[in-house]
Design a protein around this ligand. Structure first.
Ligand code: GLU
Length: 467
């Protein structure tokens, strides 16, 4: 068998959708698994709808996910002369013909067919026409086989058969001389020697037309794998209505690329009951035959769960780098504050997203400008002041460079004074972070450092005294 060659062929009419990203991922995985070649092709022949911004957004999404391509990006718009050449070949071989029917004529025929309860189909008026009216606009139609069937054995869906009589003589070139979508796809896939076409199953109906073109042009027909759609929770096709659908939106919401990839690979594909797949494991285990036949429902909760897993187990230095833009967008500067990597270590256990982590990291860099009064009110004022005093005294006189040391110190205070841990820890946590949603007290103290810790307790003391 020849070397495996696959492609991802987005139309640049919007951002990279999670559904597109999953199609790209399956292509990429198959190529990596089989030592094949993954090509990125931008299908920009629809000049009206294609934009440079969209190309950039697609490339940005692919790069963020780490879906690196081996060839391309190839732009279809660079191949117009090639398409023309192949249209001419089909015309010369009598496998395509010029059709002079006007759109009014075609509309009238279509309406009549519908009125009579027939399926509208081009009636072949120009199929065997001998004359070529000069100067009259024409389209080029493919002379499609009339009888029999066109069938293919889809790697995901199994054998799919279409009766040829249901397929029109496809227009392959418009009156303005531009080639049409299905024709370009075939010429590209054939000349790029694509061996396996993996794409969304919204393209299933295009496949028999494309196969007929391959056969007419004498090209080998590739294998096809049509991936079922992704649905929203209401079982309608996933769209903006259901929430974010753009890959980059997930980046901005604080998801890690490996979490989104892991989520997407499991959306429709399985390997036993395994849920967690590193990039290498996915590559090793991916088998297109294990992609399910039915559509999958997008589940944000599961994505969050995976993201939390990857944050928890992530390298703190890398996470710190990824967290920085989220802090900058909150106008938080880490300069002069605690080491961001140390901060990450105190937060990665519990954060589901980098956005959540950034929210929780703010207090390390900006001392609280208000306190959670409701939480403070749970304690007696004199008791809180006594806690602040004792804690200040203890912390000032001991080296506090390790979390265990600080934790031990707090335990000691409790034993000496007969206080409960909550009575001591909670007011101090409020003093240091403004609220109660914060890491363990030892972690905060060590990360903030003794000087900043004492300064914050002193401010909180003034605040409580004045109340
Ligand atoms: N450009 C098509 C799309 O974005 C994909 C065509 C194909 O993969 O054959 O849906």
């Amino acid at each position: 068998m020849s070397e495996l060659r696959v492609r991802f062929a987005p139309s640049p009419t919007g951002y990279l959708h999670v559904g597109g990203a999953r199609t790209a991922l399956f292509n990429w995985l198959l190529a990596k698994n089989k030592g094949g070649t993954f090509i990125l092709r931008i299908e920009d022949t629809d000049v009206e709808r294609s934009t440079k911004e969209s190309v950039d957004a697609i490339l940005e999404g692919m790069k963020w996910l780490g879906l690196d391509w081996d060839e391309g990006p190839v732009y279809q718009s660079d191949s117009f002369p090639l398409y023309k050449e192949y249209v001419q070949k089909l015309l010369d071989a009598g496998k395509a013909y010029k059709c002079y029917c006007t759109s009014e004529e075609l509309d009238a025929k279509r309406n009549l067919a519908m009125q009579e309860g027939r399926k509208p189909k081009y009636d072949g008026t120009c199929r065997d026409r001998g004359d070529h009216p000069d100067g009259q606009p024409y389209v080029v139609r493919f002379r499609a086989p009339q009888g029999g069937v066109t069938a293919f054995d889809d790697l995901i869906k199994g054998v799919i058969t279409f009766p040829n009589e249901e397929l029109d003589d496809l227009i392959i070139q418009r009156t303005d001389g531009t080639p049409t979508y299905n024709f370009c796809v075939v010429i590209d896939d054939a000349t790029m020697r694509i061996t396996t076409v993996i794409r969304g199953d919204d393209h299933v109906n295009n496949t028999p037309r494309q196969i007929q073109l391959y056969e007419a042009l004498g090209f080998p027909v590739p294998q096809f794998a049509h991936v079922p759609m992704i649905l929203g929770s209401d079982k309608a096709r996933l769209s903006k209505r259901h929430g974010a659908t753009s890959v980059i939106a997930y980046r901005d919401m604080g998801f890690l690329p490996e979490a989104l990839l892991n989520y997407l690979v499991r959306l429709g594909w399985s390997n036993g009951d395994d849920e967690i797949f590193s990039r290498d494991e996915m590559i090793q285990k991916f088998d297109i035959h294990n992609v399910g036949r039915s559509a999958s429902v997008f589940n944000t909760e599961k994505l969050l769960w995976l993201n939390a897993h990857y944050i928890k187990n992530g390298d703190p230095e890398r996470l710190a780098g990824l967290l920085l833009p989220h802090l900058s967008s909150r106008e938080v500067t880490t300069l002069g504050g605690p080491d961001l990597m140390a901060v990450v270590k105190t937060l990665q256990e519990r954060a589901q997203t980098l956005v959540e982590m950034a929210d929780r990291a703010v207090f390390y860099y900006n001392a609280p400008d208000s306190y959670d009064d409701a939480a403070l009110a749970k304690f007696d004022k004199e008791q809180v002041l006594a806690v602040f005093e004792v804690v200040t005294e203890k912390l000032s006189s001991a080296p506090i460079d390790a979390v265990v040391v600080v934790d031990a110190l707090f335990k000691e205070i409790c034993t000496e004074k007969g206080w409960k841990m909550g009575q001591v820890g909670q007011p101090v946590r409020i003093a240091l972070s403004g609220g109660t949603q914060a890491p363990g007290i030892g972690e905060i103290v060590v990360t903030l450092g003794i000087k900043e810790t004492l300064k914050r307790i002193s401010s909180a003391r003034e605040y409580v005294t004045a109340k």
